[in-house]
Design a protein around this ligand. Structure first.
Ligand code: PGA
Length: 265
């Protein structure tokens, strides 16, 4: 059954076109020792098993060299994701990893188009679209990030920017391919200044409407940008916010687990 034939029930089924997902993006943090300790705390948490068993997708995206440390723990309580993949299957691209390599390392997800990749690695909308396609071809679920800078928000260009970024991706994938979207306003990432529920909800609605018009289906849309144990509950209560992509607060198992708990599942 394709996702198009499925009813839209957030947080109920992996098959559904919408799912509650809490994903942790560790960026370039962590050691083998801290990662092992994190995993042991995660699997000891009774609530995590309950949430995962009831349809919440819990995903950890560590730096690539730490995937193997988490791998023995993943599958039951949480899934693994990469933080980026190259758009090519293989080749002379020093320092890059392909989507297929992430699959080999145990990943089911990969973040693409994070604003730090767009900014520091000069990734264009087109490159992000190619990476999304490569991830899907390898069997990964891409978590595609979109978001405006502070200047763009102040110039009232938010909708234009996020829809341009989404449109580029939709042109590269077919309607039945499963993509997760993350709205991450650049000004909210790592600043401690999360978007308000109203600000995030408004952009999620714009993205959802556009996606529904283009694909005649629904999509999981996560919010990212300074999500923490304190603000998660309010953000996740919004009917258009399906989950969270969490940076800083995903580094400590306690704060990450509190965000999983804030799903209310
Ligand atoms: P933050 O990062 O939660 O530390 O703001 C989010 C992200 O970059 O995905």
């Amino acid at each position: 059954m394709t996702s198009q034939q499925q009813p839209s029930h957030p947080s109920v089924s992996q098959q559904s076109s919408r799912q509650t997902i809490i994903a942790g993006n560790w960026k370039m943090f962590g050691t083998a020792e801290s990662t092992r300790a994190f995993a042991e705390e995660m699997v000891r948490d009774p609530h995590l098993a309950h949430a995962s068993g009831n349809g919440v997708g819990v995903v950890i995206c560590p730096p690539t060299p730490l995937l193997h440390v988490l791998r023995p723990f993943c599958g039951t309580f949480f899934e693994l994701g990469g933080q980026d993949c190259h758009q090519n299957v293989n080749g002379a691209f020093t320092g890059d990893v392909s989507a297929g390599m992430l699959v080999d390392a145990g990943c089911r997800y990969v973040i693409v188009g994070h604003s730090e990749r767009r900014r520091y690695h000069h990734e264009t909308d087109d490159v992000v679209a190619q990476k999304t396609r490569a991830a899907l071809a390898a069997g990964l679920t891409p978590i595609v990030c979109v978001g405006e800078t502070l200047e763009e928000r102040q110039a009232e260009q938010t909708a234009d920017v996020v829809l341009r970024q989404l449109d580029a991706v939709l042109q590269a994938v077919s309607p039945d391919q499963h993509v997760v979207l993350a709205y991450e306003p650049v000004w909210a990432i790592g600043t401690g200044l999360a978007a308000t529920v109203e600000q995030a909800g408004e952009v999620h609605q714009i993205l959802r409407k556009f996606y529904r018009q283009r694909v005649s289906n629904d999509i999981t849309i996560l919010y990212g940008g300074s999500v923490n144990a304190t603000n998660a509950k309010e953000l996740l209560a919004h009917s258009d916010i399906d989950g969270a992509l969490v940076g800083g607060a995903s580094l400590e198992s306690r704060s990450f687990l509190a965000i999983v708990e804030a799903t209310g599942v």
